[in-house]
Design a protein around this ligand. Structure first.
Ligand code: NAD
Ligand code: UD1
Length: 340
């Protein structure tokens, strides 16, 4: 299949692009590089063993997206492009609605006009809101507590409505839990701009000396060690989930399929700091800090639907996630080189 990968230069998109190519697909990246660097492209070319077709286009630009899709002969779109920082979304909600909803609308419009019938969408466990039971199941009600979360709830709804209006459309809503880790080569990985929001890149920056210590947000949660528990999954397992979902869209009669992508096993902040300390060979300093507003005690998936319907499971261990992150971070202490 020839597949348009929006946001393909980003963290999850770059790993998925390589797995699509390895599975025999032709992956074409479209990215505006607002949250990634162009220097990822030659690294992807090297890992793929051939140049990857890519376009620097803002997919909220309807005309530019239309021209790209019109001449592209695509069979599917995997839509990663968007903004994802929760705190920033509270400060700049309109940008989040404009970019996240606008990108989905312009891609769907272009797909509709040019006969592209399959879309795989990057949703998030954040759509389960703050009071969900664990493990989280796909049929739970959705809600949100911040603009970022609302954009995911709304994008899911837009995609469902589009599938009602066009019964030939096939939509996969992939609800990721907490993606971490990096490609085994250590040449591509997560490179957040500014101060990272998420735990793993923060721990990795402490390990490499860019930050002094890990601030552990709360040790009084009702969990075994008092720190928050999450369902971390390796980005390579997550990437494989996209390839499996895309295959499934070719055969399913369901217009919309929703799959949790997680391991089903929670890991605490303290366990994560310990695992990373093992991976980098030094006890990483940490300090207990107040809870982060908006955080929940526990979040982990019931991944059984993805296992049954996609034949997919996330098997890489927490130690592998930390070892691969450490390889990437230690080889690239400042992340990707700046664009010229
Ligand atoms: P990322 O920021 O690394 O990648 C997003 C990519 O989209 C970047 O390369 C960015 O430049 C590009 N982009 C942004 N706006 C664009 C636009 N208007 N036009 C073209 N390209 C644009 O993020 P990621 O971690 O790879 O996340 C990918 C998707 O997965 C996002 O939709 C995110 O919300 C979702 N998601 C991520 C996580 C996570 O923890 N990383 C969890 C759940 C869901
Ligand atoms: C965050 C987002 C969520 C998003 C998810 C994946 C918030 C409130 N939620 O969730 O919407 O879908 O990332 O991108 O931002 N922690 C620390 N110290 C830190 C950073 C984190 O102790 O410096 C703890 C957190 O309290 C939490 C765990 O580590 O218990 C994981 O945090 P994080 O990586 O930010 O993920 P989520 O909280 O799941």
């Amino acid at each position: 299949m020839r597949i348009l990968v929006s946001g393909g230069a980003g963290y999850i998109g770059s790993h998925t692009t390589l797995q699509l190519i390895a599975a025999g697909h032709e992956a074409v990246i479209v990215d505006d590089f607002s949250r990634s660097k162009r220097s990822v492209i030659p690294r992807l070319d090297a890992l793929a063993g051939a140049p990857i077709e890519w376009y620097a286009v803002d997919v909220t630009d309807r005309d530019a997206t239309e021209s790209l899709v019109a001449g592209g002969s695509f069979e599917a779109v995997i839509h990663f492009a968007g903004l994802k920082a929760v705190g920033e979304s509270v400060e700049q909600p309109l940008d989040y609605y404009r970019v996240n909803l606008g990108s989905t609308l312009s891609l769907l419009a272009a797909m509709g006009r040019h006969g592209v019938r399959k879309i795989v969408f990057s949703s998030s466990a954040t759509v389960y809101g703050e009071n969900a039971a664990v493990p989280m199941e796909e049929d739970f009600p959705t809600s949100a507590t911040n603009p970022y979360g609302w954009t995911k709830v709304m994008q899911e709804q837009i995609l469902r409505d589009a599938a009602v209006a066009d019964p030939s459309l096939r939509v996969a809503l992939l609800r990721y839990f907490n993606p971490v880790g990096a490609h085994a080569s250590g040449t591509i990985g997560e490179d957040p701009s500014g101060i990272p929001n998420n735990l793993m890149p923060l721990i990795a920056q402490v390990a490499v000396g860019r930050r002094e210590k890990v601030m552990v947000f709360g040790d009084d949660y009702p969990t075994p060690d008092g720190t928050g528990r999450r369902d971390y999954l390796h980005v390579e397992d997550l990437a494989a989930g996209h390839v499996a979902a895309l295959d499934r869209l070719g055969t399913t009669a369901d217009p919309v399929s929703t799959w949790n992508l997680g391991t089903g096993t929670p890991t605490s902040v303290r366990e994560m700091v310990d695992a990373f300390s093992r991976a980098c060979g030094r006890a990483l300093p940490f300090e207990i800090a107040p809870r982060r507003p908006g955080d929940i005690a526990e979040s982990y998936a019931d991944p059984s639907r993805a296992e049954t319907e996609l034949g997919w499971t996330a098997d890489r261990t927490i130690d592998q996630m930390c070892e691969d992150t450490w390889r990437w971070q230690s080889q690239n202490p400042e992340g990707y080189p700046d664009d010229e």
